[in-house]
Write a protein that binds this ligand. Structure first.
Ligand SMILES: Cc1cc2nc3c(=O)[nH]c(=O)nc-3n(C[C@H](O)[C@H](O)[C@H](O)COP(=O)(O)O)c2cc1C
Length: 191
């Protein structure tokens, strides 16, 4: 049995920069969602993607019933939505779009509507694979997550790591109240 400490594991995994998604679905006649950065492409043929959901998340329980879901890739203007669907309700209104297989969030950076493919054991998480049925993306800026903070995109680098195109804005946390400041208890609910 490994003796890796949860806090150092979380911190180390946080060094892997990701985008931020909200996984949306219908439950009890209402649209719902959960913020997820453990999202990955899996296969092009068939077109499969994966989201890793804590067994404690309501999303994992509902999606285990075999319903369709949508992975909404957030834009940098959607930090509020990321927090809202991570259990920190915000006051800003949410605009939903009725998709063919699941509800979607309006104005996300990209979205992929999926039907359930397979669910695998992932320890205290469940690995939900979905088969992509429909998708769309736009030219907005993506929201990024790194080391416990939200970011926007920084300088574009060439193959030597030199700045090819400077960022419109520098890479700084997007808000004063960072994810880390929201507390250990907030993070502990997920990883
Ligand atoms: C940036 C960020 C990324 C997150 N990524 C995941 C994730 O990949 N998997 C997960 O289970 N929870 C993740 N969470 C935590 C869930 O969003 C949180 O537990 C949420 O309350 C689950 O909602 P539910 O219980 O309604 O499904 C993340 C939270 C944040 C802020």
């Amino acid at each position: 049995m490994t003796t890796i400490e949860a806090s150092s594991l979380r911190e180390c995994l946080g060094r892997f920069a990701t985008g931020v998604t909200v996984v949306t679905y219908w439950a009890d006649g209402a649209p719902r969602g959960a913020t997820v950065n453990a999202f990955s492409s899996i296969s092009l043929d068939p077109p499969l993607i994966l989201v890793s959901l804590s067994r404690k998340a309501k999303a994992a329980q509902y999606l285990s019933e075999g319903r369709g879901f949508c992975v909404n890739v957030l834009s940098s203007s959607q930090v509020d939505l990321a927090l809202n669907f991570a259990g920190r309700p915000r006051h800003s209104p949410i605009t939903w779009v009725e998709g063919s297989h699941a509800p979607r969030l309006a104005e996300s950076h990209a979205w992929l509507e999926c039907t359930p493919w397979q669910i695998y054991d992932g320890g205290d998480h469940l690995l939900h694979l979905g088969e992509v049925q429909d998708l769309s993306f736009d030219g907005s800026e993506p929201l990024l997550f790194y080391s416990g903070d939200f970011h926007n995109r920084g300088d574009e680098l060439d193959e030597h790591g030199r700045v090819r195109r400077p960022a419109a804005r520098s890479v700084t946390p997007l808000q004063e109240t960072t994810f880390r400041q929201l507390g250990e208890e907030f993070a502990a609910g997920w990883l």
